[in-house]
Design a protein around this ligand. Structure first.
Ligand SMILES: Cc1cc2nc3c(=O)[nH]c(=O)nc-3n(C[C@H](O)[C@H](O)[C@H](O)COP(=O)(O)OP(=O)(O)OC[C@H]3O[C@@H](n4cnc5c(N)ncnc54)[C@H](O)[C@@H]3O)c2cc1C
Length: 374
């Protein structure tokens, strides 16, 4: 229960979604701070509480080692025996393993390498500089924390999603919710494959509701470099196109803010005047190389995303990139379903609050499937 929140997250992490958005079927946040962001302890409690109130027959500590077709259903092999089931819902998550690029093999042994699964706090790293690779939610949060601990930090920035924490006085995710952006359905999304692979937004949940974009990091003394492209002769080589990467992210943010403004106008929502934010500042001369063996950095934190692990799934429904093939959670093998994946049925599916509507529809399909076979 709540296994990934318990074992695979760093100490200071809070949800980046506000408390009022942490909804599970039949369960709402009812605490004193609806606009706050849950700590990991609170997330674990919330999920455990859900298990109690939903009275689902949860069996914890059971590992599924294989699921394979059998008869008119599936044979499920677990660490506690065999189960036969006519239908199976895969809810094993999208983030079972850190995704680390092969560049890692070119890093000298003198530099310690960590992923977000192994990272807990800055004190665990050897003394010295840190290269954080990836500037999405995880990367910006860890870069900020490491910098605050007094270390020199270099952040390698590729494609990213920039967002202000608050917009026109409300949490930016309130706007996503209210304006209907999160309710956009998967079959209306222009490029679904891309939407499903979109990096997480540069957001952090802090009591102060601070914005953690690249300008904030640069002001805090984090050095920004381009996407890490290659390792040659013990040197990391970074791409030079920071200006383009930054302006693309700025442009996309502006378009999203335009959508919010348009919604506010149409709905007559009085939220004060539209806001616009300073463009992301391009460093005067971003370095293109880093000698990994020089001692300048003692550690690398790979914040390059996560991937699912379907090693246990003995049904040919996983594509060559390791992603499950499904149509809105209906997997291409009768009786097999999925929940809890990015943009599964709507944009909101990527987050905890997405499960409610998705589950209703997916389980509706499952029930019809079972009824149809009787
Ligand atoms: C770093 C990080 C931060 C996030 N922050 C937020 C946030 O702020 N707000 C938000 O709404 N969402 C956030 N998310 C997304 C959120 O985690 C997902 O929306 C949510 O966890 C999906 O729930 P789930 O139960 O489907 O999957 P998960 O939470 O991934 O749970 C899947 C479970 O299945 C188990 N499992 C996997 N394989 C097997 C197997 N073979 N046998 C048995 N068990 C197995 C795993 O151990 C895990 O316990 C974040 C995700 C990450 C990775």
């Amino acid at each position: 229960m709540a296994n990934s929140w318990r074992r695979e997250r760093w100490d200071s992490l809070r949800l980046l979604t506000p408390n009022w958005q942490s909804r599970l079927p039949g369960l709402r946040y009812e605490g004193p701070d609806p606009d706050g962001y849950m700590t990991m302890g609170e997330v674990i409690e919330f999920i455990e509480h859900f298990a109690k109130v939903s009275r689902a027959p949860v069996r914890t500590g059971v590992n599924v080692t294989q699921v394979r077709p059998a008869g008119d259903g599936y044979q499920v092999t677990t660490s506690q025996g065999e189960i036969y089931s006519r239908t199976v819902v895969i809810a094993s998550g999208a983030c079972n393993r850190p995704a680390v690029p092969p560049l890692r093999d070119g890093v000298p042994a003198s530099v310690e390498q960590l992923t977000p699964f192994g990272y807990r706090d800055p004190g665990q790293l050897p003394d010295g500089g840190v290269l954080v690779v990836g500037a999405s939610a995880t990367g910006v949060q860890l870069a900020a924390e490491l910098r605050r601990s007094g270390r020199p930090v270099i952040l390698s920035v590729g494609e990213h999603v920039r967002l202000p924490r608050t917009y026109r006085g409300r949490d930016v995710l309130w706007w996503m919710d209210a304006s209907g952006v999160w309710d956009q359905r998967y079959d209306q999304v222009e490029d679904l494959t891309r939407a499903r692979r979109l990096p997480s937004p540069q957001l952090v949940g802090t009591p102060e509701r601070t914005t953690l974009d690249l300008n904030a990091l640069a002001s805090a003394g984090v050095e920004l470099v381009g996407r890490w492209a290659a390792v040659r002769d013990g040197r990391a080589l970074f791409s030079g196109g920071l200006r383009n990467v930054f302006s693309l992210a700025d442009l996309k943010m502006e378009r999203l803010l335009d959508t919010f403004d348009e919604w506010a106008r149409t709905e007559g929502h009085d939220a004060g005047p539209p806001e616009r934010f300073a463009a992301t500042r391009v460093p005067e001369s971003a370095r293109l190389q880093l000698d990994l063996g020089s001692g300048e950095i003692a550690a690398i934190v790979w914040a390059t995303g996560f991937r699912p692990d379907y090693g246990w799934l003995g049904v040919p429904v996983v594509d060559p990139k390791g992603q499950l093939r499904h149509e809105g959670g209906v997997v291409g093998s009768p009786g097999l379903y999925a929940l809890g994946l990015p943009v599964l049925r709507r944009r909101r599916s990527t987050f905890i609050s997405g499960i409610e509507d998705d589950a209703r529809e997916v389980i509706g399909h499952l029930a019809r499937y079972l009824a149809g076979r009787q």
